[in-house]
Design a protein around this ligand. Structure first.
Ligand code: ZN
Ligand code: ZN
Length: 298
């Protein structure tokens, strides 16, 4: 048996600098029968969001996504840049597409490395950034469901890329939209403190059950998932929709938004330094994660 210190030193705590709130992704139909995406996202630095419609995922030999390739006869992917901000709404009608430009099967059926829709958010770090992160991206893979005459978005899976590591997360358990029946507000709260919103996914079991503060406690103590007792390999902090954000959306001014983002950026900077001290992984893990830097710039 390892001592507690040995065990905790092997557990990585990753804080994503940009993320899409996956349960907020929706497809909206306008009067002309065209569609656009509606979603919310968080970014502590500037970021870019890209929509790849009907594309093939190309991966390197370590299974890390490198590019998404769209057939030349289809409209090219569209990328949009945003400033830092927590709880941002993607502007409506920005990402328009017309289903009649596409073959119906190509919109509804994912196959092998082909996906009808891939939404990606990438962090653009500022020039004066001094933290350890080089790449923090989230990729949401999906398809479209056709019911009657209307398409809707269907999420297949999510991957997080952090520096040279990739976390392939199918379904996250414990958030709205998952298979678990999450209906009341209590389920948004961390299962340990019942005070903060859940914002941390536990790997490998994929339970979204903790706040970041309590994940630090779990990490120092038992290091088992509080839901299923599985030994934790990694904590990934992401933002999901919370009551507080809903309230903030009503009242928050742009200046306040900026202040919140700056605070988050400062916190993230602090955390980067913590992360460096705490994420010594065992050698075999390092090897399995090691890969060429993903070339995700578009
Ligand atoms: Zn907590
Ligand atoms: Zn678990």
């Amino acid at each position: 048996m390892n001592g507690v210190d040995d065990t905790t030193s092997q557990v990585a705590v990753l804080k994503m600098h940009s993320s899409i709130r996956r349960d907020t992704i929706k497809l909206v139909k306008d009067e002309e029968g065209k569609y656009y995406f509606s979603l919310q996202f968080d970014s502590v630095y500037n970021c870019a969001i890209t929509f790849h419609l009907c594309s093939q995922e190309l991966k390197n030999d370590k299974n890390i996504p490198l590019h998404f390739v769209t057939a030349p006869d289809l409209p090219s992917p569209s990328q949009y840049k945003f400033e830092a901000g927590i709880g941002q709404d993607f502007p409506p009608k920005l990402s328009m597409f017309n289903p009649s430009d596409y073959n119906q099967d190509s919109l509804t059926e994912a196959k092998d490395d082909y996906y009808p829709i891939v939404v990606m958010i990438e962090t653009n770090y500022p020039k004066d950034y001094k933290g350890k992160a080089k790449n923090s991206s989230q990729i949401v893979y999906g398809s479209f469901k056709l019911e009657g005459y209307d398409y809707s978005f269907h999420c297949i899976k999510t991957k997080f890329l952090f520096n040279k590591r990739m976390f392939d997360i199918g379904e996250i358990f414990g958030v709205e939209g998952g298979t678990s029946n999450i209906v009341n507000d209590n389920n948004k709260l961390c299962v340990i403190c019942f005070t903060n919103d859940k914002d941390t996914v536990v790997l490998p079991c994929r339970h979204m059950c903790l706040c970041m503060e309590c994940s630090q406690i779990v990490r120092r103590q038992s290091n088992n998932c509080p839901i299923c007792r599985t030994k934790v390999s990694t904590f990934i902090q992401i933002k999901e929709k919370s009551k507080e954000d809903e309230r903030n959306k009503e009242s928050i001014s742009d200046a306040k938004k900026k202040e919140v983002a700056e605070k988050a950026a400062n916190d993230a900077m602090k955390d980067d330094n913590e992360e460096e001290m705490s994420s010594d992984e065992p050698e075999e893990n390092k090897d399995s994660h090691r890969a060429n830097t993903p070339d995700l710039d578009v």
